[in-house]
Design a protein around this ligand. Structure first.
Ligand code: LMR
Length: 326
């Protein structure tokens, strides 16, 4: 009897240690190419976790909408099918209205202003705006300012009239294009190239790095350097996954994430210039610089959108974002 009991105890100990030895799997799904700020951030995070938590956590990165497209990744996260995603701030409408502030046209003068706003108390508070939905915001990540591309040159808002533009799933972005009498269409990122190539749509808005890495410039006659909005990301995990991690692992993962974000942000700053230069050098698409007067026409046409969304976002949040320009 004693022998049986000790054998059972030994077996259950062995079983328990096998279980505890199994690494925690962390699937990181995203929709962009690997040679982008987000793609590089994800790979850096994996590299750091491999170094610091070997055998304890295994990070698997799935780029290019391989696992989930942008319409499904938040649902997949909440269902526990992936553990980390980093959607654009424009894709959270179903979960919070406050992040819509980032989509307001001509709100941020440059990425330094975006950075200041994100680091401000108002920006940091937005990180937790998803908590009641079971989501944990781990931090912001930059991509950059958006440009307008189309199959015909866009100098003034009148040039956009009647044209179909693909947008991310954001009502603010829809209102922004409606403000210039264009037709916005919410479509997943993975479909944009084909939609442009087949002329099912006329244009889209995106950063230099996305326009370059997904080859949109090869199927668009012109890109207007409008810098009219920002495309940044929120790195999110589910509360269910994150809060159940052992404390030491959670804090090591957060440190690795912070370092990976710093790396991604550096790449974002470099890529904005580099990928614009790559597109210029390709001679596939004309890059249009706006005169001050032309740019002002876009500002005047699009800025009324702020008022439309002020109640949903909160005036205090918009004011804090404006203040970050100084
Ligand atoms: C888009 O859908 O255009 C972007 O949000 C893609 C991305 O993740 O950069």
């Amino acid at each position: 009897m004693k022998l049986l009991a000790s054998t059972l105890a030994a077996l259950s100990f062995a079983f328990a240690s096998t279980l505890s030895a199994a690494p925690i799997e962390l699937k990181f799904s995203h929709v962009v190419a690997e040679n982008t700020p987000k793609g590089q951030m994800a790979l850096k995070f994996k590299e750091l976790v491999d170094q610091r938590l070997p055998g304890k956590v295994e990070v698997k990165v799935y780029p290019n909408s391989q696992l989930y497209g942008d319409g499904k990744e938040l649902e997949a996260l909440l269902l526990g099918d992936v553990e980390l995603i980093s959607p654009s701030l424009s894709k959270f409408k179903k979960y919070t209205k406050k992040l819509q502030v980032f989509d307001l046209p001509f709100l941020f003068q440059n990425m330094a202003a975006v950075e200041r706003f994100q680091a401000s108390p108002a920006g940091q508070e937005l990180l937790s705006s998803l908590e009641s939905k079971g989501l944990v915001g781990l931090g912001y990540l930059h991509n950059g300012m958006k440009q307008l591309s189309a199959n015909e040159p866009l100098y003034t808002p009148a040039d956009a009239k009647g044209k179909k533009f693909r947008i991310m799933s954001s009502d603010v972005l829809a209102a922004q294009f409606e403000a210039v009498d264009a037709v916005p269409l919410k479509k997943p990122f993975s479909e944009v190239f084909t939609l442009l190539q087949t002329r099912a749509i006329d244009g889209q808005e995106n950063t230099w790095s996305n326009i370059y890495s997904k080859k949109f410039f090869e199927v668009q006659a012109s890109i207007t350097e409008s810098n009219h909005g920002v495309l940044d990301y929120l790195i999110v995990t589910s509360a269910e996954f994150w809060l159940e991690l052992p404390d030491d692992i959670r804090s090591e993962l957060k440190t690795a994430m912070d370092e990976a974000v710093a790396h991604g942000n550096q790449i974002a700053a470099e890529k904005a210039d580099k990928d614009k230069a790559n597109i210029m050098a390709s001679n596939r698409s004309e890059i249009i610089s706006l005169t001050d007067e032309q740019r002002q026409q876009w500002v005047e046409a699009m800025k009324p959108v702020w008022q439309q969304f002020e109640d949903e976002i909160g005036k205090n949040i918009i004011d804090a974002a404006v203040a970050a320009n100084q």
